[in-house]
Design a protein around this ligand. Sequence first.
Ligand SMILES: [Zn+2]
Ligand SMILES: [Zn+2]
Ligand SMILES: [Zn+2]
Length: 143
Amino acid sequence: MSDLDLIIQRLELHGHRITASRKRVLKALLDAPAHFTVDDVLRQANDVGRATVFRTMKLLQDLNVVCRVMMENGSLHYRLSTSGHHHHLVCRSCGQVADFANCDVSSLIDQLARSTDYQIEGHWLEVYGRCASCRASEPVVAG
Ligand SMILES: [Zn+2]
Ligand SMILES: [Zn+2]
Ligand SMILES: [Zn+2]
């Protein structure tokens, strides 16, 4: 089964119809590089309306088909999601994104919930650094 079929299956499983425009957006996602912006999708699926692209991206995010990555410059990128709760390692030099799943913040969250009386419902953590190949090819810049 192709990635496209798998995503379509997941949408249908959750009761969402696969319209022609949604399919265009899905194909654009699968053709996109490892991480991409909504503008990239809009360019790729240029016959699909802006509102439809945004709605579809939101839906795919709710279904964990895509996840959001905050790049260091503040721009929001999307990425096909690995299953389950995870975070990203972002290389500051080449922009490569890697996933990691072992997120051990439960004691921090318990403590926050107690000290602030918040009901904690989510968190977002991105880690920035320089990947191994960038470190090998570039001298370390101080500061
Ligand atoms: Zn992700
Ligand atoms: Zn790198
Ligand atoms: Zn986490």
